[in-house]
Design a protein around this ligand. Sequence first.
Ligand code: ACO
Length: 342
Amino acid sequence: MSRAAVVCGLGGALPATAVTNEELAAQLDTSDQWIRTRTGIGLRYVVAPGESTSDLAVAAGERALESARRKGGAEAADVDLVVLATSTPDRPCPGTAPGVAHRLGLGTVPAFDVAAVCTGFVYALATAASMITAGVAERALVIGADTFSTILDPVDRTTRAIFGDGAGAVVLRAGESGEPGALLGFDLGSDGGGADLITVRAGGSRQRSTGEPPAPGDEFFAMEGRPVFTQAVINMSESSQRLLDRVGWTPGDLDKVVAHQANVRILHAVGEQLGLEDKQLVVNLDRVGNTVAASIPLALSDAAAGGDLVPGHRVVLTGFGGGLTWGSAALVWPDVEPVTQS
Ligand code: ACO
């Protein structure tokens, strides 16, 4: 047995406004039938004017801390590190995490953002887990939160059909590698050669602010769907398999694979590559769409709340996103009670 980071709390938050496929079809040249058959998505949620990523991050963080308290008592929520995965920060500068920690009443704990788009949650989990195993932290709050509705081109039927806003969070504590909930290993990777496939062109140091409006569309999120689809399947499958080999499990040993919820056809293709049965795949994108860094923790919350994910299950989390980036994590599911409502 060795020191490990152990999952001990889980929470999620969605904004109040739901947008149905029919509502999108009333505004754009699309249909419920196209969106359902090409993506599997039926509904997504969007923030209200003035509502930001940190608002959702605080709500999910509060709930994950409440979840940790329910099984571990008051001290379980006494975190000494906050890592926030987001690529829609409240502002380009400073990071969003310190403000989230402040609003959660966590005092002067270290808090920083991790930007790895849809892989952000797995990267943030690996970062916090490594800080715990290194003895730099004892308990960490890891949040994935994004509000892609704030950066989508209002006339882009493809991205508006796919993306939704949300936040999900877990609490990690220091424990032992043999305990349920212990993070058993990670596989992380990137390929910057694909950086232009998923991008917001303007607003950074490359295409900087000049005081004039950016070229039309450059301030909005842009994605090349086809190559992203292919890369998502290849990299989530290969990353999961590398991790399984490292942990000593086979795909057949897994009870659940919680993959980034981008498109149900991607989930089934990953399942096919790994030789999984449909019952091993967690799917909740039909109800929330692609919530970017929130996707994996929201899928975990849904599966645990619905009884699909139970203590003792062998689980692999796997994500893919802009960068390009990908990453996977393995654990045996612990006895946690997710909190998704205040
Ligand atoms: N309604 C109707 N038609 C549409 C819509 C829509 N909402 N969106 C696209 N179309 C049209 C296209 O314009 C195209 O029309 P054309 O043939 O006349 O040119 C046609 O449908 C087919 O377009 P494709 O892009 O080939 O459609 P595809 O089946 O590939 O689905 C999709 C597009 C859903 C974007 C898919 O490629 C996909 O899921 N890609 C991966 C997205 C992803 O995984 N993202 C995760 C990472 S994102 C991140 O990190 C932030």
